[in-house]
Design a protein around this ligand. Structure first.
Ligand code: AMP
Length: 331
């Protein structure tokens, strides 16, 4: 049984991309691993949310984690800021993290390009906080997307550096968790390659969206003026709709529209209507569970408490040992 850690930032509602690209596999992963799933609320402070937004977003992610099938009994589901040990380890790791390597991090460069007026120290030291999240549980594996590989590499650097500096073999070197099935990438409804909450309003379908919203978003999805030459590759927006259909409809329906496309008789309106109904059917159980859980504050409170206790037990052991190794000894 490997120790696996994964976090998600509470920056909004979860969409179909989050589900098919991460959560669906996490639900299976928890059957055969000792999983820690956390809501990265410390990380989200780099963008300065209001207190109400912060709490609301943490609740959303918690509810949607649970609605997707993450099980608080099988896994440890917790809120990052419930573990002050993470903040302490972050401080300790920062003493051995160098400005140069942090500045060279691709996601840091990307963030300061997007937001030059908010280049804070939290952004620069994002990789040390991420390393702390992972090694606080001495994790062996981390499920990472392509954009996160560099952070995992940096986590290995910080863990190894600690071991070398103190001449110990303490932190394991975490590696990427490889799923037994290929992760599906969900494209956007606006023609972009990836469904994402930060892009245009109508790019993403959220798990909590109701039927009317889903119909509206899908019917507005970008297409083209029709198949020019069915032998040629489809335009990106149309390819996106087919890709969504493949994931969310039955194989019969998918091949029906493929055939219509290749005959040049396809009506995108019909395909969108079908896609919308299939997404609605897929979303319904999620939406019901989300509504149910959102109204059950007692259950959420109990779940967060259980997660904090389990996570705390693991983190406290690590931080005690790390303090001892560093030389913070008891008198
Ligand atoms: P984010 O909140 O965008 O950082 O995404 C959280 C998780 O969902 C990450 O593991 C991403 O790899 C995954 N994810 C986000 N968007 C998509 C998408 N469009 N298709 C597949 N996976 C996605």
């Amino acid at each position: 049984m490997d120790i696996v850690v994964s976090g998600i930032r509470p920056t909004g509602k979860l969409h179909l991309g989050n589900y098919f690209g991460a959560l669906k596999s996490f639900v299976r992963m928890q059957e055969t691993n000792n999983c820690f799933f956390f809501i990265a609320d410390y990380h989200s402070l780099t963008t300065h949310p209001t207190p109400a937004d912060l709490h609301g977003n943490v609740k959303n992610v918690l509810v949607e984690f649970l609605a997707s099938g993450l099980d608080p009994e099988k896994s440890t589901i917790y809120i990052q800021s419930d573990l002050p040990e993470v903040a302490e380890l972050y401080l300790l790791l920062n003493m051995n993290a160098y400005i140069g390597e942090l500045e060279r991090c691709t996601s840091f460069k990307e963030k300061i390009r997007q937001n030059p007026q908010n280049v804070n120290a939290g952004l620069l030291t994002y990789p040390t906080l991420m390393a702390s999240d992972i090694i606080i549980h001495k994790a062996q594996k981390v499920p990472v997307g392509k954009d996160q590989e560099q952070h995992l590499e940096m986590t290995r650097t910080f863990a190894n550096r600690f071991n070398r500096l103190y001449k110990v073999d303490y932190f394991p070197e975490p590696v990427a968790y490889t799923f037994d099935e290929e992760l599906v990438k969900i494209p956007g409804l606006d023609g972009s390659l990836k469904m994402s909450k930060s892009d245009s309003e109508n790019n993403a379908i959220f798990l909590a969206d109701d039927p009317a919203v889903i119909r509206k978003k899908v019917m507005r999805a970008v297409t083209d003026t029709g198949p020019v030459d069915p032998g040629k590759p489809k335009s990106q927006p149309v390819e996106n709709l087919f890709s969504l259909l493949k994931t969310l409809s039955t194989p019969d329906i998918y091949s029906h529209f493929e055939e219509e496309y290749s005959k040049g008789t396809i009506r995108y309106g019909d395909m969108k209507k079908q896609l919308a109904e299939d997404i609605i059917r897929f979303n319904e159980p999620f939406r019901n569970r989300i509504n149910q859980l959102s109204a059950d504050n007692d259950y959420l409170k109990k779940t967060v408490k259980l997660g904090a206790e389990k996570a705390h037990e693991s983190a406290l052991k690590t931080i005690r040992e790390v303090r001892e190794i560093i030389g913070f000894k008891e008198f």
